[in-house]
Design a protein around this ligand. Sequence first.
Ligand SMILES: [Zn+2]
Length: 361
Amino acid sequence: MANDQTFGPHRARDVEPIKTRDEFAARLRATPIETPFDYDEDGKQEGFLRLYHSRETNGYGYVPIPVISVKNGKGPTALLVGGNHGNEYEGIVALMNLARDLDQASVQGRVIILPSLNFPAVMAGTRSSPLDGSNLNRCFPGDAMGSPTQVIAHYVSSVLLLLADLVIDLHAGGRSSEFIPCALVREGCDEHETAELARLADWFGAPISFVSKGKGGGGSLTLAGECARQGIPCLTAELGGGETLSQRGLKLATDGVRRILSQWGILASTDPRAMTATRWVKKGPENRLHAHVAGIFEPRIELGEYVSPGRVAGLIHFPDLPMRSPEEVRFESSGYVLSRHIPALVQRGDELCTFVTDAIR
Ligand SMILES: [Zn+2]
């Protein structure tokens, strides 16, 4: 699909895109990250972004963030991101597999792949960076003069998004939760744009899809939020969880990304029969249960289960007060369980589960 036809009128929102080479060169000078190749070169290029970071054991070294660019002539640019959170594995592996598979002849336009965007977090197996404790997906638009994670966010916001017509950001539940594989897109600035964004999720083909209006918590933006600010269509996927690598989530990431790229005309067409229809749901701020006390959570729900008001989601036990009866956590409204907390030990305020209701599109 020629993105200029579909998304062109909506690209300029809070940020005016400037696509001259001079402007791009200025962006590259403004980031402390060194780029290993020219993104405008045709062919398959691979290397490492160099994020120089002085630390106790290596004063003058750099953090190597893998980047692969495959370009062939004119066409839209897709930016594919895994490892935004370091312990969410389906997207990382799916994008490494894709990066090895693609060559110049298989692409029309450009695919830029960062399978492990927050590379320090990926190597540490953590959600946030071990270098500065920051959660990359709460750091956008980032800061060129900031901490390592803020510098990565700034590079994405100011350099890569200048090139991108489409962004796919692959996540999972990490250590804290597990998800039914799902996709989310943001609300567009009008009905037309919302429908086009929804089409990305239709093509991705996750069992569940929904339109997200949230910022992901906190004051800073997620990558999806930054894409919305710049008027760039973005699909985010949650592919599993529990710091595991699920075959189901890996297959969805592999096939879903290829389906979107083929619909955009970047890859040759895929077999449409392999696509399953996604179920559109709604998820509001009230569609989550939190722990109101600390203790050991005994879940009484399964992913995908339909729950009604009054249904017990689980019990919280008190290891310091063994004779005290556990506290029941009950649903106050109905829906399908979308995600579930994984570690049994919970603190007051922890999210125990999210649930969703059917949406009509
Ligand atoms: Zn994540």
